[in-house]
Design a protein around this ligand. Structure first.
Ligand code: UGA
Length: 434
């Protein structure tokens, strides 16, 4: 079993730490935020992720999952295998902001007193490993092996994805480091792609860019369906059954959000431009996604020309179900546009409680959000909304009321049978209403 340190306890770092501990490795999770570390050490997860708290508690009880801050320096925290899993948020120019990564790597390199393997789990653009090696590792007093080991974890499914991944990517030019990584992941049945650092980094970005492309593509087809009166559900099924295309990521709606696709597509476009390449397709994918998230506003203004003094319910704030993560959620763009139009907006999300959007009111039940509302926008396909009693919704909403199903997750017939106007994305010309 390996000695492992994971630096950063966000959505990726925490999953990495608890899962490696669950596999029997001896793990220390490190974060600069003492409040987070105290909470995690007491067995309470700092993120909403199904299954994580059980694994967290098991690891603490077994004694092979510990937590620390770097307040006393990095030296004693460096393990044989040290993961960097800190955030790489989007900078104002679209590039990935690597300041946290650089600061951690610099700290580790200057504190290291014995050789170790430095594993980059943070999503860093192609070329970053080479740049870090030149800037920091070449001056190190001890031998540091660098490995790019990107993650393919979906929030909300991250624990399952860890154990049932389609592939493990190990990017390094150091054979011994590759062997250590293979040993670390020995209990996971998966093909391993062993390659160089830049190719590993590119696999991560190309994967997210391709999945984003699939989403923007199906959204364009859905918009076309609305123009010609075709049904995107049938079209998605019909093309997805072709195994060369595949049925996943063909759900049309108001586009992708989250901490990964918006940031990674922008960063890949940035890095392509910086290297003299115009990635035309990717630029279009981003543009389509930006436009797609405005659809609810466009169609509500069409259905209810004057939103002044009307109440609109926003159902869902997280960028997808089963997470409390609201980063790049379409709601963050939709709500200000509705309030600018004079609507009074009430937001309900079953899990993402802590976020406020200026001008909108947070409510603590779906029924409070719908009470008196002339329209409801489904931003997140939480099961609670899919299972809602829409007959009852009609009795609390201000009729005639419109439901804009931004995730194509409701049964149009049931909504219409309840006497509500149903609008969606590419469903049977649905934006024209019933
Ligand atoms: C994504 C990738 O799926 C992971 O493989 C990757 O590791 C992760 O980013 C990352 O880079 O860290 P995640 O952002 O958690 O994972 O969520 P997804 O399930 O991929 O969904 C992303 C967005 O696309 C969501 O807003 C979702 O609603 C949207 N989406 C997804 C669609 O609009 N249509 C679809 O058919 C699928």
């Amino acid at each position: 079993m390996s000695q492992v340190t994971v630096i950063g306890t966000g959505y990726v770092g925490l999953v990495t730490g608890v899962c490696l501990a669950h596999s029997g490795h001896d793990v220390i999770c490190v974060d600069i935020d003492p409040a987070k570390i105290a909470m995690l050490a007491s067995g309470t997860s700092t993120i909403y992720e199904p299954g994580i708290e059980d694994l967290l508690r098991q690891g603490i009880d077994r004694g092979n999952l510990r937590f620390a801050t770097p307040e006393n320096g990095w030296r004693d925290l460096i393990a044989d295998i040290t993961f960097v899993a800190v955030g790489t948020p989007m900078a104002a120019n679209g590039a990935a902001d690597l300041s946290a990564v650089r600061s951690v790597v610099e700290g580790l390199v200057s504190a290291a007193e014995r050789p170790f393997t430095l594993v980059m789990k943070s999503t860093v653009p192609p070329g970053t490993g080479a740049a870090l090696a030149e800037r920091f590792l070449s001056d190190a007093r001890v031998a540091i092996s660098y490995v790019s080991n990107p993650e393919f974890l979906r929030e909300g499914h991250a624990i399952d994805d860890w154990y049932t991944t389609d592939r493990i990517v190990i990017g390094t030019n150091d054979a011994a480091a590759e062997a250590r990584m293979r040993e670390l992941y020995a209990d996971i049945e998966s093909p391993i792609i062993a390659t160089d650092v830049s190719s590993a980094e590119t696999i991560k970005y190309a994967s997210n860019a391709f999945l984003s492309t699939k989403i923007s593509f199906i959204n364009e087809i859905a918009n076309l369906c609305d123009c010609i009166g075709a049904d995107i559900d049938a079209v998605s099924r019909g093309i997805g059954l072709d195994t060369r295309i595949g049925s996943q990521f063909l759900r049309a709606g108001i586009g992708y959000g989250g901490s990964c696709f918006p940031k990674d597509t922008r960063a890949l476009d940035f890095i392509a431009t910086l290297n003299g390449y115009q990635f035309t397709l990717l630029k279009s994918v981003i543009e389509v996604n930006n436009r797609q998230r405005l659809l609810p506003v466009v169609h509500l203004l069409h259905a209810l020309p004057d939103l002044h003094d009307r109440s609109v319910a926003i159902l869902g704030l997280s960028f997808k179900p089963n997470t409390d993560d609201v980063r790049e959620s379409p709601a963050l763009d939709i709500v200000p546009l509705l309030t600018e139009e004079g609507a009074s907006v009430k937001i309900y999300d079953p899990v993402a409680h802590d976020v406020q959007i200026p001008g909108a009111t947070r409510v603590d039940s779906v029924w409070s959000a719908l009470e008196g509302a002339s329209a409801a926008v489904i931003v997140t396909e939480w099961e609670e909304f899919v299972q809602l009693d829409w007959q009852h919704a009609k009795t609390v909403m201000c009729m005639p009321a419109v439901i804009f199903d931004g995730r194509n997750c409701l049964d149009p017939l049931a909504i219409r049978a309840a006497g509500l106007t149903y609008m969606a994305v590419g469903r049977d010309g649905a934006h024209r209403g019933a």
